[in-house]
Design a protein. Sequence first.
Length: 305
Amino acid sequence: MVDKFAKTLVIFGPTACGKTALSLDLAEALGGEVINADSRQVYRHMPIISACPSAAEYARAVHHLFEFLEPGERFSAARWAELAREKIDEVRGRGKVPIVVGGTGFYLRVLLEGVDAVPEIPAEVEDGLAGVPVAELYKELQAVDPVLAAKLKPADTQRIVRGLVVWRYTRVPLSGWQKGTRNEGTRNEGFLKVGIRPDRAWLHARIAARWEQFARMGVVGEVRRLRELGYGPEAPALRGLAIPDFFAHIDGEVGLEEVLAKAVVRDRQYAKRQYTWLNNSYGADQVFDCAEAAPVLRWIASAGA
Protein backbone atom coordinates (compact mmCIF):
# COMPACT_ATOMS: atom_id res chain seq x y z
CA MET A 1 0.00 0.00 0.00
CA VAL A 2 1.34 3.44 -0.94
CA ASP A 3 0.40 6.03 1.68
CA LYS A 4 1.94 9.11 0.08
CA PHE A 5 3.08 9.76 -3.44
CA ALA A 6 4.85 13.04 -4.13
CA LYS A 7 5.76 12.72 -7.81
CA THR A 8 3.96 12.81 -11.13
CA LEU A 9 3.64 9.30 -12.50
CA VAL A 10 4.29 8.88 -16.23
CA ILE A 11 3.27 5.70 -18.07
CA PHE A 12 4.53 4.97 -21.57
CA GLY A 13 4.34 1.84 -23.69
CA PRO A 14 3.39 0.64 -27.16
CA THR A 15 -0.11 0.85 -28.52
CA ALA A 16 -2.58 -1.74 -27.17
CA CYS A 17 -0.34 -2.79 -24.28
CA GLY A 18 -2.95 -1.95 -21.61
CA LYS A 19 -1.94 1.55 -20.52
CA THR A 20 -5.52 2.75 -20.04
CA ALA A 21 -6.49 -0.04 -17.64
CA LEU A 22 -3.23 0.36 -15.75
CA SER A 23 -3.69 4.11 -15.35
CA LEU A 24 -7.17 3.60 -13.91
CA ASP A 25 -6.06 0.94 -11.44
CA LEU A 26 -3.22 3.19 -10.29
CA ALA A 27 -5.49 6.23 -10.08
CA GLU A 28 -7.82 4.34 -7.77
CA ALA A 29 -4.95 3.00 -5.64
CA LEU A 30 -3.02 6.27 -5.38
CA GLY A 31 -5.80 8.84 -5.42
CA GLY A 32 -4.83 10.02 -8.88
CA GLU A 33 -6.20 11.82 -11.91
CA VAL A 34 -5.34 10.80 -15.47
CA ILE A 35 -3.73 13.21 -17.97
CA ASN A 36 -3.73 12.13 -21.62
CA ALA A 37 -0.46 11.94 -23.60
CA ASP A 38 -1.83 10.42 -26.81
CA SER A 39 -1.90 12.69 -29.87
CA ARG A 40 -5.08 11.09 -31.26
CA GLN A 41 -7.09 11.04 -28.06
CA VAL A 42 -7.07 14.85 -27.80
CA TYR A 43 -9.65 14.91 -30.64
CA ARG A 44 -13.43 14.62 -30.52
CA HIS A 45 -15.73 12.48 -32.69
CA MET A 46 -13.31 9.53 -33.03
CA PRO A 47 -13.31 7.58 -29.74
CA ILE A 48 -13.22 4.14 -31.37
CA ILE A 49 -10.40 4.61 -33.84
CA SER A 50 -8.31 6.51 -31.28
CA ALA A 51 -9.05 3.96 -28.52
CA CYS A 52 -10.29 6.57 -26.05
CA PRO A 53 -11.53 5.42 -22.64
CA SER A 54 -15.12 4.18 -22.55
CA ALA A 55 -17.83 5.90 -20.53
CA ALA A 56 -17.32 3.35 -17.76
CA GLU A 57 -13.58 4.00 -17.76
CA TYR A 58 -14.04 7.77 -17.67
CA ALA A 59 -16.26 7.28 -14.62
CA ARG A 60 -13.51 5.57 -12.63
CA ALA A 61 -11.23 8.63 -12.38
CA VAL A 62 -11.00 12.29 -13.31
CA HIS A 63 -9.55 12.62 -16.83
CA HIS A 64 -7.83 15.58 -18.49
CA LEU A 65 -6.93 16.51 -22.10
CA PHE A 66 -9.10 13.86 -23.70
CA GLU A 67 -11.45 14.65 -26.63
CA PHE A 68 -11.33 18.44 -26.36
CA LEU A 69 -10.30 19.47 -29.91
CA GLU A 70 -12.11 19.32 -33.24
CA PRO A 71 -10.43 17.07 -35.82
CA GLY A 72 -9.64 20.06 -38.03
CA GLU A 73 -7.67 21.90 -35.35
CA ARG A 74 -3.88 21.84 -35.48
CA PHE A 75 -2.16 21.03 -32.22
CA SER A 76 1.52 20.91 -31.35
CA ALA A 77 3.52 18.93 -28.83
CA ALA A 78 4.68 22.20 -27.28
CA ARG A 79 1.08 23.32 -26.72
CA TRP A 80 0.16 19.92 -25.30
CA ALA A 81 3.08 20.09 -22.86
CA GLU A 82 2.01 23.57 -21.77
CA LEU A 83 -1.51 22.33 -21.03
CA ALA A 84 -0.19 19.17 -19.36
CA ARG A 85 1.97 21.22 -17.00
CA GLU A 86 -1.08 23.31 -16.09
CA LYS A 87 -3.09 20.15 -15.35
CA ILE A 88 -0.25 18.64 -13.31
CA ASP A 89 -0.19 21.75 -11.14
CA GLU A 90 -3.98 21.72 -10.78
CA VAL A 91 -4.06 18.05 -9.78
CA ARG A 92 -1.24 18.50 -7.28
CA GLY A 93 -3.04 21.55 -5.89
CA ARG A 94 -6.00 19.32 -5.05
CA GLY A 95 -3.72 16.89 -3.23
CA LYS A 96 -4.10 14.26 -5.94
CA VAL A 97 -1.51 12.33 -7.94
CA PRO A 98 -1.09 13.34 -11.61
CA ILE A 99 -0.83 10.25 -13.82
CA VAL A 100 0.33 11.11 -17.34
CA VAL A 101 -0.36 8.22 -19.71
CA GLY A 102 -0.03 7.77 -23.46
CA GLY A 103 1.95 6.43 -26.36
CA THR A 104 3.10 9.63 -28.08
CA GLY A 105 6.78 9.72 -27.28
CA PHE A 106 7.34 13.21 -28.68
CA TYR A 107 4.69 14.65 -26.35
CA LEU A 108 6.44 13.12 -23.36
CA ARG A 109 9.89 14.20 -24.52
CA VAL A 110 8.74 17.81 -24.72
CA LEU A 111 7.10 17.58 -21.30
CA LEU A 112 10.13 16.00 -19.64
CA GLU A 113 12.97 17.75 -21.45
CA GLY A 114 11.58 20.87 -23.07
CA VAL A 115 11.60 21.53 -26.80
CA ASP A 116 14.05 23.04 -29.23
CA ALA A 117 13.06 26.60 -30.06
CA VAL A 118 11.93 25.77 -33.61
CA PRO A 119 9.05 27.94 -34.87
CA GLU A 120 5.68 26.38 -35.55
CA ILE A 121 5.75 24.85 -39.04
CA PRO A 122 2.61 24.66 -41.22
CA ALA A 123 1.36 21.15 -41.87
CA GLU A 124 1.48 21.78 -45.63
CA VAL A 125 5.28 21.66 -45.48
CA GLU A 126 5.21 18.07 -44.21
CA ASP A 127 2.35 17.20 -46.55
CA GLY A 128 4.66 18.08 -49.43
CA LEU A 129 6.86 15.11 -48.51
CA ALA A 130 4.04 12.56 -48.47
CA GLY A 131 4.66 9.60 -50.73
CA VAL A 132 8.35 10.34 -51.31
CA PRO A 133 10.47 7.22 -50.68
CA VAL A 134 12.43 7.44 -47.45
CA ALA A 135 15.69 6.76 -49.32
CA GLU A 136 15.19 9.96 -51.31
CA LEU A 137 14.30 11.90 -48.18
CA TYR A 138 17.40 10.66 -46.38
CA LYS A 139 19.61 11.61 -49.35
CA GLU A 140 18.20 15.15 -49.26
CA LEU A 141 18.71 15.35 -45.51
CA GLN A 142 22.35 14.30 -45.93
CA ALA A 143 22.78 17.25 -48.29
CA VAL A 144 21.06 19.93 -46.18
CA ASP A 145 21.74 18.71 -42.62
CA PRO A 146 24.62 16.20 -42.61
CA VAL A 147 25.05 16.52 -38.84
CA LEU A 148 21.51 15.33 -38.17
CA ALA A 149 21.61 12.72 -40.94
CA ALA A 150 24.71 11.13 -39.42
CA LYS A 151 22.78 10.54 -36.18
CA LEU A 152 19.81 8.87 -37.87
CA LYS A 153 19.21 5.48 -39.40
CA PRO A 154 18.31 5.68 -43.11
CA ALA A 155 14.90 4.14 -42.36
CA ASP A 156 13.96 6.53 -39.51
CA THR A 157 11.20 8.17 -41.51
CA GLN A 158 9.73 10.26 -38.68
CA ARG A 159 12.97 12.02 -37.74
CA ILE A 160 14.14 12.37 -41.34
CA VAL A 161 10.88 14.09 -42.27
CA ARG A 162 11.13 16.31 -39.20
CA GLY A 163 14.63 17.39 -40.20
CA LEU A 164 13.55 18.17 -43.76
CA VAL A 165 10.43 20.17 -42.88
CA VAL A 166 12.48 22.32 -40.49
CA TRP A 167 15.05 22.96 -43.21
CA ARG A 168 12.49 23.66 -45.92
CA TYR A 169 10.53 26.10 -43.77
CA THR A 170 13.32 27.90 -41.89
CA ARG A 171 16.36 27.31 -44.12
CA VAL A 172 18.21 26.51 -40.89
CA PRO A 173 19.19 22.86 -40.25
CA LEU A 174 17.44 21.21 -37.32
CA SER A 175 20.89 20.41 -35.90
CA GLY A 176 21.51 24.16 -35.89
CA TRP A 177 18.31 24.85 -33.98
CA GLN A 178 19.24 22.17 -31.49
CA LYS A 179 22.42 24.04 -30.60
CA GLY A 180 20.38 27.00 -29.44
CA THR A 181 18.45 27.61 -26.26
CA ARG A 182 16.11 24.83 -25.29
CA ASN A 183 12.72 25.81 -23.92
CA GLU A 184 12.46 24.67 -20.34
CA GLY A 185 10.41 21.58 -19.66
CA THR A 186 8.98 20.49 -16.35
CA ARG A 187 11.83 19.41 -14.10
CA ASN A 188 12.60 15.79 -14.74
CA GLU A 189 13.17 14.99 -11.09
CA GLY A 190 9.47 15.60 -10.42
CA PHE A 191 8.51 12.52 -12.43
CA LEU A 192 8.54 8.79 -11.86
CA LYS A 193 8.64 7.16 -15.29
CA VAL A 194 7.16 3.71 -15.86
CA GLY A 195 7.69 1.79 -19.09
CA ILE A 196 5.55 -1.10 -20.30
CA ARG A 197 7.42 -3.51 -22.60
CA PRO A 198 5.30 -6.61 -23.28
CA ASP A 199 6.30 -9.62 -25.32
CA ARG A 200 6.01 -8.66 -28.97
CA ALA A 201 4.15 -11.78 -30.08
CA TRP A 202 1.58 -11.17 -27.35
CA LEU A 203 1.23 -7.53 -28.41
CA HIS A 204 0.85 -8.42 -32.09
CA ALA A 205 -2.02 -10.77 -31.26
CA ARG A 206 -3.60 -8.12 -29.05
CA ILE A 207 -3.39 -5.50 -31.82
CA ALA A 208 -5.18 -7.85 -34.23
CA ALA A 209 -7.88 -8.62 -31.66
CA ARG A 210 -8.37 -4.93 -30.93
CA TRP A 211 -9.05 -4.07 -34.58
CA GLU A 212 -11.60 -6.87 -34.73
CA GLN A 213 -13.21 -5.32 -31.67
CA PHE A 214 -13.15 -1.86 -33.27
CA ALA A 215 -14.98 -3.28 -36.29
CA ARG A 216 -17.69 -4.73 -34.03
CA MET A 217 -17.94 -1.41 -32.17
CA GLY A 218 -18.69 0.45 -35.40
CA VAL A 219 -15.45 2.08 -36.51
CA VAL A 220 -16.71 2.33 -40.10
CA GLY A 221 -19.76 4.26 -38.94
CA GLU A 222 -17.52 6.53 -36.92
CA VAL A 223 -15.49 7.41 -40.02
CA ARG A 224 -18.72 8.01 -41.99
CA ARG A 225 -19.85 10.46 -39.30
CA LEU A 226 -16.51 12.25 -39.53
CA ARG A 227 -17.08 12.63 -43.28
CA GLU A 228 -20.60 13.94 -42.61
CA LEU A 229 -19.12 16.52 -40.24
CA GLY A 230 -16.93 17.72 -43.10
CA TYR A 231 -13.68 16.02 -42.16
CA GLY A 232 -11.58 14.00 -44.57
CA PRO A 233 -8.24 12.21 -44.38
CA GLU A 234 -6.41 15.54 -44.81
CA ALA A 235 -7.67 16.82 -41.42
CA PRO A 236 -4.89 17.11 -38.79
CA ALA A 237 -6.48 14.45 -36.59
CA LEU A 238 -7.02 11.99 -39.40
CA ARG A 239 -3.74 11.85 -41.28
CA GLY A 240 -1.58 8.75 -41.01
CA LEU A 241 -1.84 5.26 -39.58
CA ALA A 242 -5.02 3.45 -40.66
CA ILE A 243 -7.48 6.31 -40.88
CA PRO A 244 -7.12 7.26 -44.59
CA ASP A 245 -7.77 3.64 -45.55
CA PHE A 246 -11.15 3.76 -43.83
CA PHE A 247 -12.10 6.77 -45.94
CA ALA A 248 -11.11 4.76 -49.02
CA HIS A 249 -13.35 1.96 -47.78
CA ILE A 250 -16.44 4.13 -47.34
CA ASP A 251 -15.76 5.50 -50.84
CA GLY A 252 -15.96 1.92 -52.13
CA GLU A 253 -12.30 1.71 -53.16
CA VAL A 254 -11.22 -1.14 -50.86
CA GLY A 255 -12.87 -3.87 -48.79
CA LEU A 256 -13.12 -3.76 -45.02
CA GLU A 257 -11.12 -6.94 -44.53
CA GLU A 258 -8.17 -5.43 -46.41
CA VAL A 259 -8.44 -2.17 -44.44
CA LEU A 260 -8.40 -4.03 -41.13
CA ALA A 261 -5.41 -6.11 -42.23
CA LYS A 262 -3.51 -2.93 -43.16
CA ALA A 263 -4.48 -1.35 -39.83
CA VAL A 264 -2.99 -4.28 -37.95
CA VAL A 265 0.26 -4.04 -39.91
CA ARG A 266 0.53 -0.29 -39.39
CA ASP A 267 -0.16 -0.53 -35.67
CA ARG A 268 2.53 -3.21 -35.38
CA GLN A 269 4.96 -0.92 -37.21
CA TYR A 270 3.99 1.94 -34.92
CA ALA A 271 4.50 -0.28 -31.89
CA LYS A 272 7.98 -1.13 -33.17
CA ARG A 273 8.88 2.58 -33.19
CA GLN A 274 7.44 2.92 -29.69
CA TYR A 275 9.57 0.01 -28.46
CA THR A 276 12.61 1.76 -29.93
CA TRP A 277 11.81 5.01 -28.13
CA LEU A 278 11.16 3.13 -24.89
CA ASN A 279 14.47 1.29 -25.16
CA ASN A 280 16.66 4.16 -26.34
CA SER A 281 15.23 7.52 -25.32
CA TYR A 282 12.53 7.34 -22.67
CA GLY A 283 14.80 6.76 -19.69
CA ALA A 284 12.24 4.82 -17.67
CA ASP A 285 12.87 4.51 -13.94
CA GLN A 286 11.42 1.01 -14.14
CA VAL A 287 10.20 -1.18 -17.00
CA PHE A 288 7.53 -3.86 -16.58
CA ASP A 289 6.66 -6.65 -18.98
CA CYS A 290 2.92 -6.30 -18.41
CA ALA A 291 0.49 -3.50 -17.61
CA GLU A 292 -0.59 -4.74 -14.19
CA ALA A 293 -0.96 -2.44 -11.21
CA ALA A 294 0.24 -4.75 -8.42
CA PRO A 295 3.94 -4.89 -9.42
CA VAL A 296 3.97 -1.17 -10.16
CA LEU A 297 2.52 -0.38 -6.74
CA ARG A 298 5.03 -2.68 -5.02
CA TRP A 299 7.87 -0.94 -6.85
CA ILE A 300 6.58 2.53 -5.93
CA ALA A 301 6.35 1.50 -2.29
CA SER A 302 9.87 0.03 -2.29
CA ALA A 303 11.27 3.09 -4.06
CA GLY A 304 9.89 5.37 -1.38
CA ALA A 305 8.50 7.73 -3.99
